[in-house]
Design a protein around this ligand. Sequence first.
Ligand code: DTR
Length: 339
Amino acid sequence: MRTGKTAGLLAVFMLCAALFSASVVSAADISLSYANFPPAKTFPCVQMERWKQEVEKRTAGKVQVQTYPGSTLLGAKNTLRGVMQGQADIGCVSLAYHPGVFPLSSVFELPLGFTSSTSASLALWDLYTKYQPKEFKRFKVLTMFASAPSNIMTKVPVRNLDDLKGLEVRASGILSKILESLGATPVSMPMSATPEALQKGVVKGLFSSFEVLKDLNFAEICRYETETNTAVYPFAIIMNMNSWNSLPDDVKKVLNDLGREQAEWTGKYMDEHVKRSLAWAKDKYSIEMIKMSDADMQAIKDKTLPLIEDWKEKAAAKGVDGAAVLSDVEELRIKYEGK
Ligand code: DTR
């Protein structure tokens, strides 16, 4: 009986030891932390999970990615510094939250006529790879992508530009300036702060892409959706330089190969998801879709045109040839939009 018990314990012990060493052997050699600011359901985090899966698969488990959505590791405004200092290996940055920091890539915040996230994301990635702008010199840029074009989602109907006068609407970066030039009162804040601002009435609406109607349940509070289909928001996925440099070449290759593919995947996901979210919001909350008159749409174009000149001047002050960048972006837009 006693020997039986001892033998049993020994067997359990050996099994545990075997399991333990097996997990040590199969554990990833490399673990990377990835910080993201908005909630897990939103598109920056959906693309993060897809990237994690692909990286783990393509490195056959050699790399493991720990994801931190919802500002659990770094928030919207401290991701740049956090990744630079190594608090996270990788982070997601919305460029519009850092006015003046990205003189070249912020061109993508201008109203340039992109009609989809896919075309804007591919164009943004191509522009980045062509210029390799020094604004990212402290980081390895893993991929970039852009949101779908922005629209006005509000608690009160915005049927024309007059309705927008003085209305407090949330945006960020150059998109705040777009709102201002249209007569609204822009309130700049990251997306992660917007649910509370809407709830408390600090803002009456927001200027962003429509998928947040579902992902952040904004359709419940913003029943009026005015289609402007203007500027997108550019994003960069940045990696700490030391973390990047310490990766073996085969892993670096996997990550490099994913750069453009991830931009395209995210764009396509976003474009599809906007359609799904609008259908969901119509069904669940009977949201009202509003189109402004042709005259107002033309006025939007005219009123926001000076922002392009303004951007060029700011870019020039930082040594960026704005005219060349704009002409490259227009070429890329035509290439990816087919018009
Ligand atoms: N509109 C930009 C980008 C954006 C669009 N959808 C989401 C969802 C979660 C975070 C950011 C975004 C913005 O408002 O920041």
